[in-house]
Write a protein that binds this ligand. Structure first.
Ligand code: G3P
Ligand code: CA
Length: 259
């Protein structure tokens, strides 16, 4: 089924092709495009001196273990460059540095895109991202902005005209209670209240065709995360979701092609 944007369900590489390469690094994003991902997804934060860098955690210790443990927001970009973000994953990635948003946007092939996750809710982050996009003339239609922070979504809507801003929601389903953490209706009401362009969710096990249809009827986009299971990916593809976020873009691409 075609997605809302006129193509097939997008394959979105979660933190790059992070099954193999160190997450949120240039090699991981390059590999994602080699594996024919449509979009990459990355996590963004501001350094103390206002650089937009790509890192999931507020602290560096998980992805730069055995080195100084920096809080990203309290350190300058130059200080963060002291750390190695590749070695922990595989030796061949030794020496890989934290990437900036500029560096990432420059390696995105024409026609491909990026899902920018805002890990902080401050407006300075959105303003800094906006000026980088404008400076590089990166096509806005090839960007989704997502955040668990509703304030960050509102900042995007306010600061970046025509941005595709989606609410990122950790939708839990309890098999024991046979109940979701929010009803479909509540989710739709929340999207409408935020005035955003749709949702990015993880509760894919109970995603119904009727919910996908309802979102589509209201003109909302629907992305899903983080899907590494082939059967689930195929099910979501058949449901017509707009995007599947995965750590294994190549594997999911192959499964969809062989369908
Ligand atoms: O694509 C959404 C997903 O990236 C959100 O979760 O924790 O991997 O940033 P997380
Ligand atoms: Ca993320």
């Amino acid at each position: 089924m075609l997605n809302k944007f006129g193509g097939e369900t997008y394959i979105i590489a979660h933190r790059g092709a992070s099954h193999e390469a160190p997450e949120n690094t240039i090699p991981s994003f390059e590999l994602a495009f080699k594996e024919n991902a449509d979009f990459i997804e990355g996590d963004f934060r501001l350094t103390k001196d206002g650089k937009v860098v790509c890192i999931h955690d507020a602290l560096t210790k998980r992805t730069a273990p055995g080195q100084k443990n920096f809080r990203v927001s309290k350190r300058t970009y130059d200080e963060l460059l002291e750390l190695d973000f590749g070695l922990w994953k595989r030796e061949k990635y030794t020496g890989i540095k934290i990437p900036t948003l500029e560096e990432i946007l420059k390696i995105i092939p024409r026609g491909k895109g990026i899902v920018i996750e805002l890990k902080e809710k401050n407006i300075e982050l959105v303003r800094a991202i906006k000026s980088i996009i404008e400076e590089l003339n990166f096509p806005l239609e090839k960007i989704f902005f997502i955040s668990f922070h509703t304030e960050a979504i509102l900042n995007v809507i306010k600061e970046i005209k025509n941005a595709k801003a989606l609410w990122l929601y950790d939708w839990r389903y309890s098999f024991r209670k046979k109940k979701s953490s929010k009803t479909e209706q509540k989710i739709i009401s929340k999207i409408k209240a935020l005035g955003c362009g749709g949702i990015d969710i993880n509760a894919t096990q109970n995603l119904s065709f009727s919910f996908v249809e309802k979102l589509r009827a209201d003109g909302f986009a629907l992305l899903t995360y983080t899907i590494d299971d082939l059967d689930l990916a195929l099910k979501l593809f058949d449901l017509g979701v707009d995007g599947i976020t995965t750590n294994y873009p190549g594997k999911i691409r192959k499964a969809l092609a062989e369908k």
